[in-house]
Design a protein. Sequence first.
Length: 585
Amino acid sequence: MAVAGFCALNCSIPESMEAVLSIKAGLHSGRTYRISEHADVGSGLGCDIRLPDAGVAEAHFSVRKSGAGFVIRDLGSGGGTFLDGSRIGEAGLPDKSTIYAGEAVLYARIVNRDALAEAESSGNGPAGIENEVRRIYESSVISLVEDRAGPSGPLTGAASTPLEAVYRIGRLLSSDRDLGGIFEQTVEIAGGALGAGRCFLMLKDAGKGAWKAGARWAAGGNANPAPLPPEKVLDEVQRTGMSMLIHDARGDSRFDGAGPVGSAVCAPLAAGKKSLGVLWADAPGLSLGEDHLRLIAAVGRQAGGGIERRMLEWEIREHSRTLEARVRSRTQELDETLSSLARAQARLIRAEKFAAVGLMAQGIAHNLSTPLAGIKGYAQLLAAEHPGLSEAGKILNLASKLEEIVDTLMRKGALESRTEATPLDLNEIASGILSFFEGDMFYKHEVRRIWKPAPSLPRVRGVYGDFSQALQNLVANGIDALRESKGDRVLSVETGSGPEGVFVAVADSGPGIAPEVEGRLFTPFFTTKAPRGQGGGAPEGTGLGLFSAAKLLEPWGGRIELDRGKPMTTFRIVVPPAGTDGRRR
């Protein structure tokens, strides 16, 4: 093998020992470098030794003098630095060792500088040193076989030496394959290196206590090499943590029914003092011996540690995903709680406003009751003294009507001052609202009123003021619509219950709702009411009646439905009965 070049990286040599790195495989194969103090190796232009091969990081590893020897350290390469098949972070660099970095393979010797200087003086200048390095290299290098599919191909295939098998297992464990792929390729590499007939990676089910094959391989491509290894042997290897060689299984009682097994080796998949499973290989003849036992033990140690790291990485990723999901769930719950609190706060403020209005109404009604009682008394006195005076009777009738209105206002004010949720009777609420509007002369004298209360109406749950105000808004809208009607003015209020819940429907025979505005009815500040006066101007409505009615009913699962049918336009409040899941408790 020709040496393409020789580079002296440091001409100041304080001690007699030097590291000599020879590139055995790679794009710069054949080059040799001497290191007296320190050298960085990688694909970057700033490195002392440049390896432009696939998988080599910009700064891959370094070699530095430490005492009387040298230390090799991985520089965060990602793909890993392997020393004699084992992945290292930092380790001593032994003489006659092999370094793997990506697709490059280097051979390391720790040599005496004086011996090289003597060779140089006895030769022809630098050529003498090159010849000495070539002699050291070619007399000591271990032959390796490159991957069959090239730099980007699989890590499998027959390994020509035990060292190559260990190296390939290391490469495999540093790859991005999943655990299933790692299991499958581990048994293929190990089985091929051992020259076995079958190879198994056996795992024990912690729940059932039974062994199962995590991966299996057979020479000749048999996809299902039965039967499985004997559980007694697997149990003993896992329990003791010791590798086992069975020279001749033909007379071994543990192999009853185990098929044509001549010799076998097995080793624990060891991760420190813990055994993750067992690696097993067997052959029909008696070909497996001590060397095979040492190899499978080495593969078991290396694969066990790597598999444990991959399992921990998987558990960490799963835990991280679970934690992220829990954080998202808790965040969503918190957002919903905050929204619920905001709605409850708004509802409380609204209820307090209704309570204030109710108290004010009670105060007004109370203040009216005293002079009203006096008016009624004087009218009764006037009628008694002048029986023929018809006006006295009219005053008395009007005073009695006004007294009924004041009583209704007192009851309504008392109910609307309540802020707690209670079971409510929609018949009672609707009846009270209609009595309240008896004070409107247009409604009383110009509108034909229809009231259809359903018997045995299920109760709903909520705050009285919320439902009272929502229904009052619908009735007021219906009366306002009838003011624009020239024909038969009809307002119908009906209660009932069905599959969707308890309802109260308010229908009017007004001009109806145009299809183009239907989608905007519940938008705040949108109104269809005509402007005041003959010459136009600001509209009568505020555009908040339907919007506020819908918002008042929302916390209790209520909704408002519209039916634009002729001759009546109907707004229907639908609410789940008290105690069902459709409303808020």
